[in-house]
Design a protein around this ligand. Structure first.
Ligand SMILES: NCCC[C@H](NC(=O)CCC(=O)O)C(=O)O
Length: 446
């Protein structure tokens, strides 16, 4: 049966902000406390979604989470009216407060790991919302993310949902940012590739020294078990700890794959030769393209600054592949030269399309972070919520919705403005109606 890769982009939320919350993520720390522009952020994201839709790709979206997260603040002992909860938290525990305001749900690559039905033993599409244990501000995302995923993919004949892995460092799971699927065509059995940062239960193994390894080997193994993947079609690889210490906090900051192409930096993996031979063996006879970017042409520093590898690698209608890259890739001469040479060389990657997603980039999220890939066959496609799919009408409707509800400047002090909470809840309530996803937010189900 014919199958498609659907990109579910995260919509930038009405309280999009820069709080400097992610140690190990260079952009997040260096832009801390700058004023953000939620309206511009949402529109940049919508432009990218519309452009991919116009290219003939299947494009959908996931709504942002409610922030500030008043419920979490209540769990932490702040009480009274919602307004009082915000004020007390801001005054008494400012850093805790800003963590509950994070823009981070927009990076839907981290929302979950998805295994297409062609790869799973029960032939259902499997979803596990990521526990995002390594960062407090992200560890509070999973419950609402799960509700949203279950609402969009509700038919249990086709879709299986697992609970997030247990919280805590040992099973730290960052979702699809550390997971890639290779295949000849999307509907056929593929190879699932899990990249982890460290072994949680074996301290004798190599691990980064300065910055945290967010994804563990044991978490990746657990996801593969839950998703009923075949051993011979699953490959686990360790990220090079040295690049984690240079700001490569997820594998998707240093590698991206699509169909039979792995585009990666020379220093991405701990044992590259072994990774290549395991992937070849799991993939079988069909041709596989390893497009390795040498350090001599693009340094790790340039890769981290430009987010070259945090591009989307997509298959166009004519079968060629295109890189959907952030504008920063054309501002960096090393990276621009590399890309110019790449599209002229003999690989399936024939085009580079540049997008301005600066509002996201300032928090360390490029085009790849902004999307969750869900491979769906024709039947699965008709059994999921149709109202989250991009169309000319939805694009126009969401731009109007952003114009109506979003501010164009937000500072830390604004985040405890009770009026902002009211505005955001109105916006999200309306959004759930536009997307017809039912009541998913804590303020709707309390
Ligand atoms: N896949 C991209 C994720 C980026 C995300 N940034 C953040 O959470 C920064 C938020 C802030 O600093 O306000 C992270 O590091 O997990």
């Amino acid at each position: 049966m014919k199958a498609f890769e659907v990109n579910f982009d995260g919509l930038v939320g009405p309280t999009h902000n820069y709080a400097g919350l992610s140690v190990g993520n260079v952009a997040s720390l260096s832009n801390a406390a700058q004023a953000s522009n939620p309206k511009e952020g949402a529109k940049q994201g919508l432009q990218k979604m519309k452009a991919l839709h116009d290219l003939g790709l299947k494009q959908a979206l996931l709504p942002p989470l409610e922030r500030p997260d008043v419920n979490t603040l209540r769990l932490l002992g702040f009480s009274g009216s919602d307004e009082q909860v915000l004020t007390k938290a801001y005054q008494q525990a400012r850093q805790v407060f800003v963590a509950t305001c994070s823009a981070s749900s927009m990076w839907t690559a981290n929302a979950c790991t998805v295994s297409p039905s062609a790869d799973t033993l029960d032939k259902r599409v499997h979803f596990t919302a990521a526990n995002l244990s390594n960062k407090f501000h992200r560890s509070i995302e999973a419950p609402t993310t799960s509700r949203i995923l279950q609402s969009i993919f509700s038919n249990q004949d086709y879709f299986a949902h697992h609970q997030p892995l247990p919280q805590g460092d040992h099973f730290g799971d960052e979702g699809a940012a550390n997971h890639t699927r290779f295949c000849t065509s999307y509907g056929e059995q593929g190879v699932e590739f899990f990249v982890f940062g460290k072994y949680a239960f074996d301290a004798s193994q190599p691990a980064p020294k300065t910055f945290p390894a967010r994804q563990t080997y044991e978490a990746s193994q657990a996801i593969a078990r839950l998703h009923q993947l075949r051993d011979e079609k699953t490959v686990f690889a360790q990220q090079n700890p040295a690049v984690i210490d240079q700001g490569v906090f997820h594998n998707d900051v240093i590698a991206v794959g699509n169909q039979n192409v792995l585009f990666y930096h020379q220093q991405a993996f701990l044992n590259t030769d072994q990774v290549i031979s395991q992937l070849k063996q799991a993939f079988g006879e069909s041709p596989f393209h390893f497009v390795e970017v040498p350090t001599a042409e693009v340094s790790v520093e340039s890769a981290v600054k430009s987010y070259l590898f945090n591009s989307q690698l997509v298959t166009l209608e004519n079968g060629d592949m295109a890189i959907i890259a952030p504008g920063e890739c054309h501002e960096n001469p090393e990276v621009k030269n590399y890309l110019d040479a790449l599209v002229a060389s003999d690989t399936p990657i024939k085009e580079v399309k540049i997008f301005d997603v600066k509002q996201s980039m300032k928090n360390g999220g490029g085009p790849a972070c902004l999307r969750q890939r869900v491979v769906l066959n024709e039947q699965e496609l008709v059994h999921c919520n149709q109202h989250v799919f991009m169309s000319d009408e939805l694009f126009a409707r969401l731009n109007q919705w952003v114009d109506k509800h979003y501010r164009d400047s937000l500072t830390e002090a604004d985040l405890c403005d009770p009026q902002l909470l009211v505005e955001s809840r109105q916006a999200l309530d309306e959004l759930t109606q536009i997307l017809q996803i039912g009541s998913v937010y804590p303020f709707q189900i309390a």
